[in-house]
Design a protein. Sequence first.
Lengths: 109, 705
Amino acid sequence: MARPDLPPQEGLLMELAYLLLMTAAVAAFVAYPFWGKGRRTVAEDPAVAALEAAREAKYREIRDAEMDLATGKLTQDDYERVNAELRTDAVGLLRDLDEARDRASPGNG
Amino acid sequence: MVAALIGTRGDRRWVDAARRSTYSLFALLLVCVVAIEYAFLTSDFSLSVVANHSSRETSLFYKFTAMWSSQEGSLLLWAFILSLVASVSLFFTRKKLRDVVPWATAIMLGVGVFFTSLMLFGGGVNPFDTLSPVPENGVGLNPLLLHPMMIIHPPMLYVGYVSLTVPFAFAIGALITRRVDAAWIKSTRGFALVAWTFLTIGVILGARWSYTELGWGGYWAWDPVENASIMPWLITTAYIHSIMVQEKRGMLKVWNVSLIVASFTLALLGTFLVRSGVLQSIHAFGDSTVGPYFLGLIILVLVGSTALIISRLPLLRSQKRIDSMASREAVFLINNLLLVGMCVLVFWGTFFPLISELFTGTESVLAAPWFDRYTTPLAVALVLFTGIGPLLAWRRISWQGIKRVFPIPTAASAIAVVLLLVFTDAADSFWALAVFVLAAFTFVALAQETWRGAAARRSSAGGSIPGSIVAVATRNRRRYGGYIVHLGFVVLLVGVAASSSFETKRDVTLNPGESVKVEDYTLTYEQPTVKRDGQAVVFGAEVSVEKEGRRFATLEPTRRYYQRTSGTKTIAGYFEGEATSEVGLRAGVRKDFWVSIEPDTNEIRQRSQVADERFGAYMRARVLPVVQRDPSQAGALAQQLVAVQGLATDQIISDYVNPKTATAATFRVIVSPMVTWIWIGAIITILGALFALWPARTSRRRKAS
């Protein structure tokens, strides 16, 4: 919209100036990752991310089993069986996670 | 979007540029929103959207909210919220989901392109369209929207709808990249819960608005637009439960991606229904200009997503099976089926007019009783499984476990049956009785869970029971947040069951001084009231209510008639515009007393028409010749005429309160039990969702480290 207090041509020029300024600012902001090295984000390895998600879910399952025992849903025998199973799974996940991390960044040893 | 698609090949610079484009889109749309709001607040009628949805008389409060009452403003709001949630989701996943994020970015920006393109090229929905010449005044806001609920109801629903874009985009990204593990669910679960929370708030505010503003006497009418908001809510509820099964057991992957596609599609459908005018609704404020585009997007989403899911079926197949039907995941699955079943019913009922017209040529509408008949049994079953679910363990509960957790809730429901049958008339409605009994089961089950969890904590860590409850709940926010939500939901359903099954409704015509008895209440029509308020005339009544002989309340229900917004303003024009109700309500914990009025305005309308005719004749005979002789007098004369017309209006409407000419009014009186518990239940539900959403202390500590 042209400002009513300005002559039509000046108003149009102002609008154009605002538009150019805004476009330049957006272009500079968006193109920033291309300006030099080290300006890009480093995302975690997908396999590591998947295993981390699985590990957190497993930890939550272990906590839930503890709660289920506390609230009487699991008997001591049931709990011990489920807990052993979950912890075996968790150990397997941790081992897979270590291997995945090594694969993702072999330099870390 | 292009940068994101290039970024899918692995160059992080393009992915970062795409993310920054999303931030920029948010900043630019924020500028647009601020500019439009500024135009509304300063009554800049050079903008078509302001001229058509606001006026100089519109209060500052409603000028601010008028933006989203318009087609173009609501599209801008959709795009703006989308850019916000997309920016937030991409910020939190900037170092995660390396393969999925570029696709998710492209999809979210694709939806952004759709909405911004619609505004720019959709025909008549550009919020920056200008008018020439600029009108002196705008036509004002749709009177039905002049209600505080309307300030937050649409944006809440929109935040809910739009937030579903995030899990949808990540789900599609996960399918494309074949990363169908739990990582994408972990990153977007919060957005699904945010969407669900806002949808809940939106749905409840809509119900409250319907109850207090529409004057028909209820909070839910199974209206198409109400249904459009409840359908994504039902599917998102199912999704929030079933993703837990995928996270913990690696099952239901096909089901989950199907649910999130359905949720997003239904969110688009909701916007389409409100904005297209394809189905008649009391809530639909839109024309049909953008309908075909929405339909195109919905078809694209459905067909594209379905094809993708089918192509990934081998990957999505679960390695595991449900161990036992006596397990939490089995109950989650049953609850899912009930929720989806309800959604299918609501969908069928909502679109039946279109379906029937397609096949028979005649449009048939399914009314509220049809919806009630089929959804009630499903809702009752939902309450049952809402109570059973928390009592079961994951994987399997043994017989010994069942014997430990079920007796107390079962005994509570048995006691509830006896008490309800002996002391109340709950037996009159089987379904209501079932809801009350199952609600008792659920309350006690949740209480038992909380108590036993706290007792276990206390035995290991010491402290008081209340302190242990707080400690155990804050350590397990998802679990206990869910319990609070279940509690609120059941309270809400108890309110719905009681109020819908045991309300007493009477429509009665009374003259001033006459009374009517409804249940224990005696309503007396004390006197009529009338006033001219801005662009409306307001007819009402002062009614007194006595309960068992004692003064209970004095209420003033009114019916507000707005001057028509087009053409010449006449006195009869007040009866040709929109009309709204303000109900008289005395809410209580046990019962609500609700009254609305339908005044008899026939006499006044006739007198208005006669006055208008005389006024027109006077104009033609006396005023027009003067203006033709001396046009400079037109302004002053117009002002005088407006003043005279106002005085004439006051004179005519004053007959409504004149004891000699006062006529009877029709009242709708409703005594409805436990409606307040619907709102209390909703508040508990929302608080539970917020509790579950609040970051756990461990994750905050991890972030800090």
